[in-house]
Design a binder for this molecule. Structure first.
Ligand code: ZN
Ligand code: ZN
Length: 161
């Protein structure tokens, strides 16, 4: 969408400038002394002259639109990249936060996903025990830690299965 705006902007700018310079040339021709006399005597020349003025104006308008589209496209693109960088930064800080808390003897509860202490056999947040009802295991798709199959959250990274 933004790239399309840039292409359309460049296209309008080129067409607009070409249009303007073409008709400005004609206008210059009519503005010579000879051209002015011709216009005075010929209504056709007068009509062509004012038509050229209008079309040169259209060229200017097209160019202005083209420049506006280019600026809009470039600004939009920049904004998107900044936004992505912010998102990446947020994601990284969240992850390192998780990892540092795990080092402080805390894990994520397999049932409610909240941080709980590794000591004690019951979660201090939801009250469920840490023993699992099955010996089957499954891997976390986010951090590839292995959890018992009845886990609803990954105890290592805290994300929902
Ligand atoms: Zn819990
Ligand atoms: Zn995980």
């Amino acid at each position: 969408m933004k790239a399309a705006g840039l292409v359309a902007g460049a296209f309008l700018l080129i067409v607009g400038l070409a249009d303007y310079s073409y008709f400005q040339n004609i206008i210059n021709g009519y503005q010579t002394t000879l051209g002015q006399i011709g216009r005075f005597f010929s209504p056709q020349d007068q009509a062509a002259y004012s038509m050229s003025q209008t079309l040169a104006m259209v060229g200017i308008v097209l160019s202005v639109f083209g420049v506006a589209l280019l600026i809009y496209g470039a600004a939009g693109k920049g904004k998107k990249e900044t936004h992505m960088a912010e998102l990446n930064g947020y994601e990284t800080s969240q992850r390192s936060h998780h990892q540092s808390t795990i080092r402080e003897n805390k894990i994520f509860c397999r049932y409610c996903g909240r941080l709980r202490s590794t000591s004690g056999s019951f979660c201090s947040e939801c009250g469920k025990g840490s023993e699992s009802s099955t010996t089957n295991l499954k891997g976390c798709i986010h951090c590839s830690a292995t959890m018992s199959e009845d886990s609803e959250f990954c105890a290592n990274c805290g994300r929902k299965f």
